[in-house]
Ligand binder design. Sequence first.
Ligand code: HEM
Length: 529
Amino acid sequence: AWQRSQRRKNHVLENLPGPPSRSFLKGSLGEMFHRHAWPFQTDVALNYGPVVKLRGFLNRPIVFVSDPTALHTMIIKEEHIFEESQSFILGNKLIFGPGLLATLGDQHRKQRKILNPVFSVAHMRNMLPLFYDVIYRLRDAISLQVKSGQSEIDILAWTGRVALELIGQSGLGYSFDDFVSDMKDDYGAALKALFPRLMDVDILQRLLPYMPLTVPAGVRRLAISLMPNAAVQKLRSIVDVMSARSVRIFMSKRKALADGDEAVLEQIGKGKDIMSVLMKANELASENDRLSEEELIGQMSTLVFAAVDTTSNTVARILHILSERPHVQDKLRQEILAAGAHNKFSYDELNKLPFLNAVCRETLRLYPIGTTVMRVPNKDTVLPLSEPVVGVDGTIIKEIPIPKGTEVLVGAWACNIKKSLWGEDSTEWKPERWVNGLPTAVLEAPIPGVYSHLMTFLGGKRACIGFKFSEMEMKVLLSVLLSAFTFEPTGRPIIWNLAGVVYPTTSRESETPEMFLKVGLYSEGAKTE
Ligand code: HEM
């Protein structure tokens, strides 16, 4: 009977529609995960229905899900079953230490419990003045560049620098960058090199679950240091730079905390940064809730890593879109100026600007920095569906049995652009849809996204913890930059590449993340063409 039931489960998976597999060894992985996979991913998102069968290594089925009810089951109801893959967790543990991206179950829950308050709206309000200080310095630096006659500016370099400095100051209480000279900080350089190096070791990372983790960490590091692989060695030196810095910052904070309030106030974040607040809360927490030093240090690189490329590429994308739509750019600028952008906005004022809100949300909907995330159930389970799926053999499938260990992809982008929810124009960038009211289908669907019916920040217990931080960063940046500058295309291409985080280059071949726009000084009365 057990074998019959297994066969039936596999039959349902095999019966799901999907694109043909082109390679026995790699299945569809080669077509799905490369820099220019947009046509393939669009096909998968739009043309096979809400649950799609893809092929992985040795043609094993991978289930691609964008059905809201199935996603709700994966992300909320059965979050404890649909875990992150072992290679993701173990890879992150080696890179960042045991922080939020590297733990599961109770340990992860305990970390979230103590970290959530430092990402609350109340804490964002505390940090807003610091955001303005940093972003004004950025504005002055760009202004100097423009006044000195440089008009084509690498916007991504600046959104990256400002994102690092913001999480540095408000997250770690540490300054990486003065925006005056070229950034020379070795931590910043290490972080920038991390993503490309991670791509180099992708296959090795998939092998990580097979490395015996019962051996002590020191021995494991020694084993890694002996690996004759250049990519691994480069990655190791990046990790060494990051972890040495985290430990140094941590030690100085611990000393300041021990020395008392005055010493804390003398630090860059004046004790208000996320790590200082966290360390203080941790001291006061009960024995059960308290995190170890290793776990605290593990949060530092995790936060910096998770905060920088994500937000900086999203802001770059918004400015790219606005550069191509001068009227929309001006409409947004006028809203910001009319609301008094020359003074600093309060947190509530910033969030009450309807068009700014719409532009951010629409960009996050259509252009999330990651199109999918992977989950792997730790036992056999069943995914219910919002609407039935028609199998390859014509039978109607109402629910999908998922055997333990099956790779299931959360189709975050696919859900964000689903036509049955968002309408026929779902693949067009139309901020007005957020002003005019969202379709009832969107409002009524059980989309498990933590932010505005979108899957961009995911949802549930492993949702992005920094989504309000990121939203505040985007909004302050846009309001300050648009009231000072105009943005136009340079005439050269901007290509968006699919990767762990989607990033722009100036050609399909180039591997350098960069995005040039023509930047001019905005003076009131003079409108953008
Ligand atoms: C546009 C900006 C951002 C996007 C689209 C984004 C998206 C995401 C997504 C999809 C996840 C879930 C990853 C997974 O489970 O596989 C995540 C997790 C996370 N994000 Fe973000 N993120 C952004 C900005 C930020 C910022 C600014 C911070 C910190 C200040 C941050 C901190 C984190 C952390 C710590 C996690 C791990 C949470 C956990 O597992 O408990 N993110 N983010």
